[in-house]
Design a protein around this ligand. Structure first.
Ligand code: CUO
Length: 664
């Protein structure tokens, strides 16, 4: 009896080491801790795995019988992999293949124990950038790591999120063995007008959201179908573009102009950012004329891709790789077009339509050394975590966005009947004070520095000014005929262009920023819906710091207690950037609310379950997008009859001002 109890206890302990969230979180933290150094010797299980776990001997733990891991082992053993202490870019085909071999090997693991041991083994064999990317993607998508929170990437690889000056100061502090907290300034000087909006493109929360979005929806993904991935590619970048334009208007800058391959890029960019290994990110001078990039593409290739895509839009169909017509003149068309333009593996004809977006990122990233004469590393545009730092990013995405708009503008405007929801009438809309301010934010640089068991770590961090807003609420009063679930869509749209001219309804609807979307149960009669900014379904709260995640997991493991997390995804617009920056005397916006039938919900529980509260730009992980309507509805199509639009009783917009305050 006693023996069987001991045996049972042993089995439970083994099971819990394998399956409990605290252990999993601890293992992922430790695998990402000081990524450029060997695994810390006190992390004994990982250290042992790195030294003595032979993946070839554990293929029984693999769902595919070991095919993926054997392929990767062959590469390791033949010395074919990119070495450690070398830059990594996802846009580099060979490096991407290597990283994806590890992703695949980890996806094939049957147990977390083998996932962890394989990861530990390859951590010490593979390029660090490839490893971090692969582990982030694997944790994002694998069932084995469900519930694990990835540490903020800006604290795992701080080099990619801050400037060289700060990193150098951190090194000096460590040499002196003194603490340090350094001011991270935005790149450039006031002589460069673009610097006024650097706080947005260089915001570490935006960079983190963007890189996570591309991990949740990778262009190379050919696994289980991810719902509306192409349309989300359009929507998340359309929104980034619209948000950037609003920030520009608030800073007295004109809206971004689309990139043109035949015109020089007026504004250059000096990133002041360095790779951990690989030197400085290359700069681009002012008025750069586009050059063909050896081994990537000619400018002519990009123009040809663009022409073919615009042709498809004009025809209303694309031609797949078997020559068959695939219609895009329907609501699903934008999803296919997103796949084609990016391009992703879902594109029905990569051979013909190419990869306009991805190629353009590389061409822009290489303009400093288009013929490889100087052996420069990839530019900021060749990394999703650094791309938005370069103002040319937004010019490129405005160019893509205008192609999407050309497609959207082929549709007939919605009719009054389509837009009207007979059951509801908005009788009032009120919004509390809207105001923004700058605050300081601190994050750790510790993982940027080399460490060893013999040199003491010292706390080093950076602080940076970042935009935030006061919490706000809005109240929608709705009269309903009968009880029914309704969808509430909320947008904020700048009223005036750079010249101070009011946007027409049709111009303005394309500048609208999605603030929120949710489902609510209307009762017959008068309803009052009050919603807080913190509840928005496009945003996520501040990420938990790496140190916090380590502390939580270590304490839970030590005490044997359960680890529970609320929000876990890194994809989502930062909550504090929900509101665009205001002006001292107030910046004018329309605050627009549409209440429509809840029949467009694709899940039954949306009234009570927000599914993590970040589905607007990021969907619901592993499930269908919650809203059946096209993203951007009802502002996604032309509005040629504003009077009709304004007469819809289930829509309401009011004029609001967003104030910017020096102090909060
Ligand atoms: Cu997100 Cu161009 O796709 O950066």
């Amino acid at each position: 009896m006693r023996a069987s109890i001991i045996l049972l206890a042993g089995l439970l302990a083994w099971a819990s080491a394998d399956t409990d969230l605290a252990h999993k979180q601890q293992a992922i933290n430790r695998l990402l801790y000081h990524i450029y150094d060997p695994i810390k010797s006190s992390f004994t299980d990982l250290k042992d795995a790195a030294a003595s776990w032979n993946p070839r001997e554990h293929t029984g733990h693999c769902k595919d019988g070991g095919t993926a891991i054997t392929k990767l082992m062959d590469e390791v053993e033949h010395g074919r992999l990119t070495p450690q202490h070398h830059w990594f870019s996802l846009f580099n085909k060979r490096q991407r293949e290597e990283a994806l071999m590890l992703v695949d090997a980890l996806f094939q693991c049957k147990t977390f124990e083998s996932f962890k041991s394989n990861a530990a083994y390859f951590r010490e064999k593979m390029n660090e950038g490839e490893f971090v990317y692969a582990l982030f993607v694997a944790v994002t998508h694998s069932d084995l790591t469900e519930g694990v929170i990835l540490p903020p990437l800006y604290e795992v690889t701080p080099h990619m999120f801050t400037n060289s000056e700060v990193i150098n100061e951190a090194y000096a502090a460590k040499m002196r063995q003194t603490d340090g907290n350094f001011k991270m300034a935005f790149t450039g000087t006031k002589k460069n007008k673009e610097q006024r909006v650097a706080y947005f493109g260089e915001d570490i929360g935006i960079n983190s959201h963007h890189v996570h979005w591309h991990m949740d929806f990778p262009f190379w993904w050919d696994g289980a179908k991810i719902d509306r991935k192409g349309e989300l590619f359009f929507w998340v970048h359309h929104q980034l573009t619209a948000r950037f334009d609003a920030e520009r208007l608030s800073n007295y800058l004109p809206e971004v102009e689309e990139l043109q391959w035949d015109s020089p890029v007026e504004h250059g960019f000096a990133p002041h950012t360095s790779y951990k290994y690989g030197g400085e990110f290359p700069s681009r001078p002012d008025n750069n004329k586009f050059e063909d990039v050896d081994g990537v593409a000619r400018i002519l290739d990009l123009k040809v891709m663009e022409e073919r895509i615009r042709d498809a839009i004009a025809h209303g169909y694309i031609v797949d790789n078997e020559g068959k017509k695939v219609p895009i003149d329907n609501d699903h068309g934008i999803d296919i077009l997103g796949d084609v333009i990016e391009s992703s593996m879902y594109s029905p004809n990569i051979q013909y339509y190419g990869a306009l977006h991805n190629t353009a990122h590389m061409v822009l990233g290489r303009q400093a050394d288009p013929h490889g004469k100087y052996g420069m590393p990839p530019g900021v545009m060749e990394h999703f975590e650094t791309a938005t730092r370069d103002p040319a990013f937004f010019r490129l995405h405005k160019y893509m966005d205008n192609i999407f708009k050309e497609h959207k503008d082929t549709f007939k405007p919605y009719t009054k009947e389509e837009l009207t929801y007979e059951n509801a009438e908005i009788t009032d809309l009120e919004v509390s004070e809207l105001s923004t301010y700058f605050e300081d934010f601190e994050f750790s640089l510790s993982n940027a520095l080399d460490s060893s068991d013999s040199v003491q770590d010292v706390p080093v961090s950076a602080h940076v000014s970042r935009l935030n807003h006061k919490p706000f609420t809005y109240t929608v009063k709705v009269n309903a005929g009968h009880e029914e679930t309704a969808t509430v869509r909320v947008y904020i749209c700048p009223r005036y262009d750079f010249s101070g001219i009011q946007y027409t309804y049709d111009e303005g609807r394309w500048t609208c920023i999605e603030m929120d979307k949710f489902w609510t149960k209307l009762s017959a009669g008068a309803n009052q819906i009050t919603r807080k900014s913190s509840e928005s379904s496009v945003s996520i709260p501040d990420r938990k710091s790496f140190a916090h995640l380590i502390k939580e997991a270590d304490e839970a493991v030590a005490s044997g207690s359960e680890l529970k997390h609320d929000s876990i995804r890194g994809c989502g617009h930062p909550e504090r950037l929900l509101l665009p920056k205001g002006k001292k005397d107030g910046m004018d916006f329309w605050f627009f609310v549409a209440v429509t039938s809840g029949e467009d919900a694709t899940h039954d529980d949306l009234v009570d379950n927000d599914h993590g509260g970040n589905h607007g730009y990021c969907g619901i992980h592993g499930e269908t997008y919650p809203d059946r309507k096209p993203m951007g509805y009802p502002l996604d199509r032309r509005v040629l009859n504003p009077q009709m639009f304004m007469s819809i009783k289930n829509f309401r917009s009011i004029s609001v001002k967003v104030y910017h305050k020096d102090e909060h």
